[in-house]
Design a protein around this ligand. Sequence first.
Ligand code: P6P
Length: 333
Amino acid sequence: MRRVTLTQFLIEQQRAGRITADLRLLIEVVARAVKAISVNISKGALAGVLGEAGTDNVQGEAQKKLDVIANEILLQANEWGGHLAAMASEEVETVHQIPFDYPKGGFLLLFDPLDGSSNIDVNISVGTIFSVLRNPPGEAEPTEGSFLQPGREQVAAGYAVYGPSTQFILTVGKGVHGFTLDREMGSFIYTQPYLTIPADTHEFAINASNARFWEAPVKRYVDEMVEGKAGPLGKDYNMRWVASMVADVHRILTRGGVFMYPMDEKCRHQGGKLRLMYEANPMAMLVEQAGGAATTGRERILDVQPLKLHQRVPVILGSKNEVERVTGYHREP
Ligand code: P6P
């Protein structure tokens, strides 16, 4: 079978009028940066890149050396291309402007450079998540406000998952497409056309150690799944929790399931655990493009109007019928 590379795929998307040349260039630059991150991660202890960086990020979380490395790779790769008006990163408090000596373009790029990095030192899959918005017209110097657009405005979203193989998963609004890194060629090869999430599942993902903090609708839903055949759902379920959103979402895009990091008493004061702009929104676009659903428990994630760049939200996403069930429980009196 002819091997189609990410570049060829993107050129065909451009020829079909689905993306512009600038968006194609943006995605190729992100994919190239992801390859560099993958090389660093795969060296592990051999390259002295494991462990703490000795610094905290804007979230007040201790940064891993690879958090900093991945962030730097993405910022430097995207500064000079001429396709971006500005960038925003989980690791950087404010908007990252394009250096004055480089041309600017019309897109805003947001990313979580290394999601799940607490898993790095124990060699469990981690990932990079990215989201692309249009820069509002006339905003030559984008501000935080330029980024505060609902997720439904995204023009592209995707992630890399650094697992047994490195995969690049992408949507430009016409389905979800998977690519696998051929390390010998250094190319991403098109391996999964039109990833689709089954409407039903028997697998759920949640950090069950938070059970005592959950709201009643989530408690009810998880209890029903744990009851299995004997309970109202009439079937047995299995549970997975990688503590790496990219790995859990990739499993769901590949074989179905429901992922929950719901509102709970522990994270209520900050609005949730996961970040809206560069975790929940890109994953919600991918999941909806694959036929699934993504809500906060109370509203569609892609309709949330952001108020702050590093805002957090509750996340329930995956197989449509399961997400609609637990979201429905939130609406019951
Ligand atoms: P907990 C990783 O830190 C992350 O942001 C997501 O990738 C992951 O799903 C979640 O947090 C894990 O959170 O509370 O189980 O450690």
